[in-house]
Ligand binder design. Sequence first.
Ligand code: F0G
Length: 476
Amino acid sequence: MAHHARLKCINPDCNATFDIDRMTFTCDDCGDMLDVAYDWDAAHKALGFDRNPATFTARHTAGAGYASGQTDARLNLSGVWRFRELMPFYRSEDQIQTIGEGRTYLQHTPRLAADIGLTSHNLFLEYEGLNPSGSFKDNGMTGAFTHARVVGASKAVCASTGNTSASLALFASITGVTAYVLIGSGKIAYGKLSQALDYGARTIQVEGDFDACLRRVRQLAEDRPELGIYLMNSVNPFRLEGQKAIMFRILEGLNWQVPDWIVVPGGNLGNSSAFGKAFMELHELGMIDRMPRLAIINAEGARTLDRIVNELKIRWNGGRCFRDAVRSEYERMDAHNERAHTIASAIEINRPVNLPKALRALEVMNGVVRSVSDEVILEHKALVGRHGFGCEPASAASVAGARMLIREGIIKPDETVACVLTGHQLKDPDATVKYHCGIDMKSAQDTAPRVDVRGEHSNVPVQVPDDLDAIIEALG
Ligand code: F0G
């Protein structure tokens, strides 16, 4: 297939475009972020795609032969590449690097809907914990690894609060790429760290937080081209191409009827940016007739976006006039040495790299931003668990945020809401056990219950002697 994709600067006053065969992801002319932009008509003509979503759905049953190297069958089984006509930046299908990511489902949860005040009972959970590495990151990583193959990269790096490193390490181990991950010296959930170590990534713990690690990996990848290391964080627009598929699967689950709301936790804002781009493109392609609204939910201890949008009133504004305001806010944060702190370690991020693209998504999807406290996050994590969907703390921010918006009257009780559950419960069992038991299981000394972390849904194990009557009594 001829190339119908280019990298394009998101700044409307610049609009520079670049060949996609490059390993750096900032605009040479103005330093802004880049999008992958397509000549859709040419691409779809070449692919013989008539923009009918039935093409994607038919592929659910077209997987035979996937294990013996049949490219088409493997791609059809991927919940990302099943939609490949909507991200046609590869030259040939054999460049696509897939490990069976994105085989996740949109789950209808009417009882949970009632619990959070949706009389429509139309709450849907997009359960991304089912991915091979246990988080949504695999959707993006398959895009970035495919582009890495297009440019012939053999080394890859990321900064991570845990899930990106787990996903990068997994893809690298399968595709034979050398993996480097930089993690901060603060919290990292052991479920995630154990993955990076097991998959054999060279893991470098930097004295600093995620924001510091991200600055360093950008220097490694962008300022030191002689190292030849490919950058896998979500500043990489090919990551976001893959993450668009999370929205395609939501639409597929709803028979391409657009829900009223998409609710997602906000950390580095890659997802929100990707979702906005997905809906803009589907609208442009005539595949949907209206846009859903977007709600991005920060943790209170990492609420840069919430502050920027709701207090400083900074907007995308057609791509103009927001950069100076954001820069001076980041300078103020630097001057006060402001750091992020939240139990939702995945989103413990204060300087979200995709901020401009997320502001754009908020504009095109008429979005809102809120932040929720750690206590509220843990309560909703347990509530989601009660309904059979285990997620990590950051993921529960979406359901907690949905409930907050329902209470505020912004989400109407009769609307249809899709919340993205970004990562699996087993990523961070310590947070879960601590919530239920009130103790930190990691530290043997620390056996005194700390009642303050228990909450409404805490499910405390009952201790009994080895005695049948006592056990029967404990059955309650
Ligand atoms: N949820 C989970 C479970 C995450 O791991 C992350 C990000 C987010 C939400 C936020 O997503 O950045 O698209 O807004 N984790 C990154 C990491 C930062 O390194 O694993 P975002």
